[in-house]
Design a binder for this molecule. Structure first.
Ligand code: DX5
Ligand code: ZN
Length: 220
């Protein structure tokens, strides 16, 4: 059964505590924390996502699925480990060398946190292959990072099946997570291609009934 990680990027800041509570009742599997530094992407959500993380940690046991869209990976990895992140995913495009990627992977794992690598729509899926033995998940961006509420980029879909095939052929145990523009209409397609974890933001947050929206995505 696919898991759902609800993005809080487009949540209404005024009633974030109620949103967090309602998402817990609706049984989201994770809270997806979209951390943006205003450099890797134009948007800067650092302060808001720090606040959301602290709020969630104070009222909920649902795991934090942290998505770092930042240039200074090391700085934010340390912050989110300190704040109790359960899985930290950073962008391969923010790392200058393989050594840096491997260094972040081992640092995150040494701190009892799961680790993921995210790739942008234009980045070839093969770029993550050498890291698969060491990571827990690959986050395939199905939109350009930086904003919620975008349309899924259909040219990213073939990456899911390609990665799924490579993982199977090599016997790796790595989850495939997709992020951006997912709703009840396209969930079936990404699940059939091999997705294990779906990030959904606006489809869930803008719905009347979070539980129903989550079920609509899950039951495909
Ligand atoms: C975009 C973020 C996504 C986005 C998902 O940079 O990484 O997590 O918020 O939101 P929707 O589901 O609205 O595309
Ligand atoms: Zn995200």
């Amino acid at each position: 059964m696919v898991e759902i990680s609800t993005s809080l990027l487009n949540a209404n800041d005024e009633n974030i505590i109620k949103t967090i509570y309602d998402l817990e009742v609706a049984k989201t599997d994770y809270f997806h924390i979209d951390v943006m530094d205003g450099k890797f992407v134009k948007n800067n959500t650092s302060e808001r996502m720090r606040r959301y993380t602290e709020s969630i940690k104070s009222v909920s046991n649902i795991p934090l699925d942290v998505h770092l869209m930042v240039n200074n990976v090391e700085e934010y990895v340390k912050d989110y480990i300190d704040m109790g992140g359960n899985c930290i995913t950073f962008h391969i495009e923010a790392c200058k060398s393989e050594m840096e990627v491997l260094k972040q992977i081992s640092y995150i794992k040494q701190n009892n946190c799961k680790v993921g690598i995210a790739i942008n729509p234009k980045t070839a899926i093969e770029k993550v292959y050498e890291y698969l033995p060491y990571i827990h998940k690959v986050l395939i961006m199905t939109v350009e990072p930086g904003n919620g509420g975008q349309e899924l980029l259909t040219e990213t879909l073939n990456k899911i099946a390609e990665l799924n095939k490579f993982i199977y052929e090599n016997g790796y145990e790595v989850d495939i997570q997709v992020d951006g523009g997912i709703n009840e209409k396209n969930a079936k397609q990404v699940i059939e291609a091999g997705t294990n974890i779906i990030v959904a933001g606006s489809y869930i947050i803008n719905s009347e009934d979070f539980g129903k929206a989550i079920k609509n995505v899950k039951n495909n």
